[in-house]
Design a protein around this ligand. Structure first.
Ligand code: ATP
Ligand code: ZN
Length: 223
């Protein structure tokens, strides 16, 4: 692949992480000019550009070397490592960023008398995170059916396509609205700065180090 001399960061084009990610980078002293198609942001001062994409594509773009870094939920990064990215060089979580906090949890219909994970044996669980759910089920020694859905996971029990769900929870409002109850937390998540395990040792590497230093300063001030 052609080597680049500018650092390229992948981030969510439009969603929960977009605004806080841009704000964080701005606080690190970076300024950008957006391309007409809104897919790219050119760094004006420093040699750092942004690629605006769907959050699910971010780990793959780093693994392929299309981008050097990414700002993405730990949930998406971990799921990638357990599924698509399993045979590739692992990515690393360079910094937790303190926004986009949520958790990946199991929830069951409110009327179910749930006491322990073993009750999930033989049940069907709907999720968009088959990798993370599968790993948790294995560590618990539970054999359950995993029903993979791209979205609207929370309505699966009502539709009769699953007995429980495994989905992201922030306030719990969506669960209550669907008569579900959170029973197990599989992963505590927040936005993270993701990158390859081995960092580039060229101008990009120098810029990356500088960016990490500034990030640490900004995050420390916030805490
Ligand atoms: P995209 O179009 O980029 O695929 P999306 O719908 O998958 O967008 P968002 O809903 O914007 O993504 O969520 C992005 C990230 O925000 C999640 O992966 C997760 O890390 C975090 N997040 C925080 N709270 C929640 C929540 N209540 N529900 C879903 N994601 C949340
Ligand atoms: Zn997504």
């Amino acid at each position: 692949m052609k080597t680049r001399d500018r650092l390229r960061i992948a981030m969510q084009k439009s969603g929960r992480l977009t605004e806080p990610a841009l704000e964080l980078l701005t606080r690190c002293g970076l300024t950008f000019r957006q391309s007409r198609d809104k897919l790219f942001c050119f760094g004006e001062g420093e040699p750092v550009d942004l690629l605006l994409v769907r959050d699910d594509d971010i780990p793959g773009l780093i693994a392929q070397g299309v981008c050097d870094l990414g700002i993405v939920g730990r949930n998406v990064l971990s799921e990638f490592q357990l599924t698509t990215g399993r045979d590739a060089e692992p990515l690393s979580e360079l910094r937790p960023l303190g926004f986009g906090r949520c958790r990946l949890s199991i929830a069951v219909p409110q009327e179910l008398d749930y006491r322990e994970p073993a009750q999930l044996e033989g049940r069907r669980i709907a999720t968009s995170y088959p990798g993370l759910l599968g790993e948790w089920l294995r560590t618990q020694g539970i054999a359950a059916g995993v029903v993979t859905l791209a979205g609207s996971v929370e309505i699966a029990p009502k539709l009769g396509t699953a007995d429980a769900i495994c989905d992201l929870v922030q306030s719990g409002g969506t669960l209550v609205a669907n008569q579900l109850r959170e029973t197990e937390v599989l992963l505590q998540s927040e936005a993270v700065l993701a990158g390859p395990l081995t960092l580039p040792v060229d101008e990009r590497g120098d810029m990356l180090e500088l960016l990490l230093k500034r990030l640490d300063g900004v995050i420390q001030v916030r805490e």
